[in-house]
Design a protein around this ligand. Structure first.
Ligand code: NAP
Length: 332
């Protein structure tokens, strides 16, 4: 990076790719670092391999894993990289053997996590079974906000915890990307939902259906007689370990941030199940999410959108860790 590089430079594409194949603009990085490493760059357009579709991206969700992988090699190889796992768009081309989609279909999905990233671009390829038809009642921005966060909530609450009617669930960071969808999914299962968020966000949680709210700035969530069947923890560290104490024996703690040894030891002692979940691409899960959307039982709250050229600004905002619902990058 030169001293003159600023986020404002993102609106000028980088040098053209040296070939005559179809090209696209992408939010590209050639080094790990802060948001300034993201450059709008002209790159070769990918071609779909066997079992894949090429999607013209209309909108792409942003998730904390994007900020984390921009800065650190967590799961992905070192740059060059295009980030982005959430996508909503139109099928442009199908690879060999694809039977489920055809050009013109409107789809949304989560690219295989972690190695399939690339949706912060004008085009992306992915396996057909990462996608389903976009619900007709929502636009691409709404659709792009859902996949990774909603699949995480679905895989945690429904598939891992087997959440049932009448059970009590505590959702940490309930106003965030995962949390606000988890509240709705838990209510749809007819569970009793408590969410943690700062007080100004409690009205939002109530609108989503939360039965009780805890202000994490002024209240201690462990200061209660309540014993939950399930805790969904998107915060990790001490919050995860302390969450063990509010679970009933036999309850389950699902951590979205890899757990500490302390948490495992506390869980064993308290006879609760403590698991770490890493979201997986999943067509059945995406169908379930699309059905909930179609039925009016799940909606993403999109608090801000950014054009692709200003994707770095979305990273700056997201990294504050204070956003409500989702941020989405608009592409076309
Ligand atoms: N393992 C996986 O597969 C997986 C999948 C998805 C996400 N994740 C991880 O889960 C975490 C959350 O993801 P996200 O998309 O939901 O993030 P997010 O949208 O950035 O979460 C922002 C929210 O977190 C809340 N928050 C911050 N500190 C809090 C605290 N101490 N107590 C309660 N709420 C707090 C904020 O509310 P206030 O402003 O009110 O504090 C804000 O609304 C990230 O670390 C992400 O990487 C993991």
């Amino acid at each position: 990076m030169t001293p003159t590089d600023t986020l404002d430079d993102l609106s000028s594409p980088g040098p053209a790719a040296p070939h005559s194949a179809p090209v696209m603009l992408a939010l590209h990085q050639t080094a790990l670092g802060g948001p300034e490493v993201l450059r709008l760059t002209e790159l070769p357009r990918p071609a779909p391999g066997p079992g894949e579709i090429l999607v013209a991206v209309h909108a792409a969700g942003l998730n904390p894993t994007d900020f984390k992988h921009r800065a650190l090699s967590i799961f992905l190889p070192p740059p060059p990289l295009i980030l982005g796992w959430d996508v909503s768009g139109t099928v442009v081309e199908t690879g060999l053997g694809v039977t489920l989609f055809q050009p013109g279909d409107e789809v949304f999905g989560m690219l295989p996590y972690p190695y399939g990233a690339g949706s912060h671009a004008e085009y992306v390829t992915g396996p057909t079974r990462a996608f389903v038809a976009k619900p007709t009642g929502i636009d691409h921005i709404q659709a792009a906000a859902l996949p990774l966060a909603a699949l995480t909530a679905w895989q945690a609450l429904v598939e891992t915890a087997g959440l049932r009617a009448g059970q009590r669930v505590l959702i940490h960071a309930a106003a965030g990307g995962v949390g606000h969808l988890a509240v709705q999914i838990a209510k749809e299962r007819r569970a009793h939902v408590t969410g943690t968020a700062s007080a100004p966000k409690h009205a939002f949680l109530r609108e989503l259906g939360a039965d009780a709210c805890i202000d994490h700035r002024s209240e201690d969530f462990t200061d209660t007689e309540e014993r939950y069947d399930v805790v969904l923890d998107a915060l990790g560290g001490e919050t995860a370990t302390r969450s063990v104490g509010v679970l009933r024996p036999g309850g389950v703690l699902i951590s979205l941030v890899p757990g500490a040894e302390d948490t495992r030891a506390a869980a064993e002692k308290a006879q609760v199940r403590a698991v770490t979940l890493i979201v997986e691409h999943d067509q059945a899960g995406m169908r379930a999410i699309a059905d909930l959307v179609d039925g009016g039982r799940l909606r993403a709250h999109v608090s801000a959108t950014f054009p692709l050229a200003e994707g770095a600004r979305a990273h700056v905002l997201g990294e504050t860790g204070r956003t409500t619902g989702k941020l989405v990058i608009t592409v076309r």
